[in-house]
Design a protein around this ligand. Structure first.
Ligand code: 3PG
Length: 307
């Protein structure tokens, strides 16, 4: 009997776990739950006997792959797989997958939760602003970006997007105005919502030069990764632009500076919350289980992300 380890420092909703277990057990797989672990070394110890692993933002390091002697497949139940050492997975002959699109709506809804709260000054009783009529720039028009666009249109916002990998006609067909460069997106839009992955090219790419071109009342919403922000740049932006607000699903490393100097100008979730809904957990968790079963039963590697 093959064993699937669900290793989640930040656990899935209980209802998601029970549905994942049911599907796996019905197909003859054993499921081992390993949640809320304290140390990375505990994760390394937990993987010794499993054939498959499901993770979220958990760090699948070289040490994890070294320790997981029976491992054939690891699935990141979510979109971003920057937490997996892909070279180590490949070196160990392990297939690494993600479950794109499954938690996207949850992330998009958080974008609006944070934008509305900031527009109303955290509901402090002072006059705020409205989203209707404002320009929203979507930086990367993937699964989350498309949901953000859909919701934004309901709010009466004008929606722009930059994504060199998506045809302009597709954006236009969805009521989104495509722009030709990152620079054009930021200089056009008062609100920018970030949906780029953290890669060697994108890390620290959101810098002062780019942000400072944003119109007055600028708001940057980051539900992507903290690593894509140039933290010196964003601190300079906070210092130079009293109108600027930064909203992020997970605090930057320099969060203490924000706390000391910029109260009311930022919001950070205490723990990454974008995908933390029952629906997103069910969708991504079940997709992960099904992809593992399909891989073992038929060899399907559709969602493979390593070479
Ligand atoms: C993703 O990449 O899918 C999101 O960042 C969600 O991450 P999480 O599963 O750790 O909440």
């Amino acid at each position: 009997m093959k064993t699937i380890l669900i290793a989640t420092q930040k656990p899935f909703a209980k209802i998601a776990v029970s549905q994942m277990k049911q599907i796996a057990e019905d197909k003859g797989y054993k499921v081992v739950l390993f949640e809320k672990y304290a140390e990375q070394s505990d994760f390394e110890k937990a993987v010794t006997d499993c054939d498959a692993i499901i993770i979220r933002s958990d760090l699948a390091t070289k040490e994890v792959f070294d320790a997981a002697k029976n491992l054939k497949i690891i699935v990141r139940a979510g979109a971003g797989f920057d937490n997996i050492d892909l070279a180590a997975a490949t070196a160990h002959n392990v297939v690494a997958m993600n479950t794109p699109g499954q938690n996207s709506n949850a992330v998009a809804e958080l974008v609006f939760g944070m934008m509305i709260s900031a527009a109303r000054n955290g509901y402090d009783g002072k006059d705020g602003v409205e989203l209707r009529g404002k320009k929203l720039g979507i930086h990367a028009y993937g699964n989350v970006g498309r949901y953000v666009a859909e919701i934004a249109k309901g709010f009466g916002m004008s929606v722009y997007a930059f994504d060199p990998f998506v045809a302009k006609e597709k954006m236009q067909a969805e009521g989104v105005t495509p722009v030709s460069s990152v620079e054009e997106l930021y200089s056009t839009c008062q609100y920018v919502s970030l949906h780029i992955p953290a890669t060697a090219q994108t890390k620290k790419s959101i810098n002062f030069g780019l942000l400072n071109t944003m119109p007055q009342g600028a708001v940057l919403v980051n539900t992507a990764r903290k690593e894509v922000i140039d933290e010196d740049g964003i601190l300079k932006m906070m210092e130079n632009r009293a109108d600027f607000k930064y909203l992020s699903d997970i605090a930057p490393d320099c969060a203490h500076v924000f706390a000391e100097k910029y109260e009311g100008k930022y919001f950070f979730t205490p723990k990454k919350m974008g995908a933390q809904t029952a629906e997103a957990n069910i969708n991504a968790g079940i997709a992960a289980v099904n992809q593992i079963i399909d891989f073992f039963e038929t060899g399907n590697v559709n969602f493979k992300v390593n070479k």
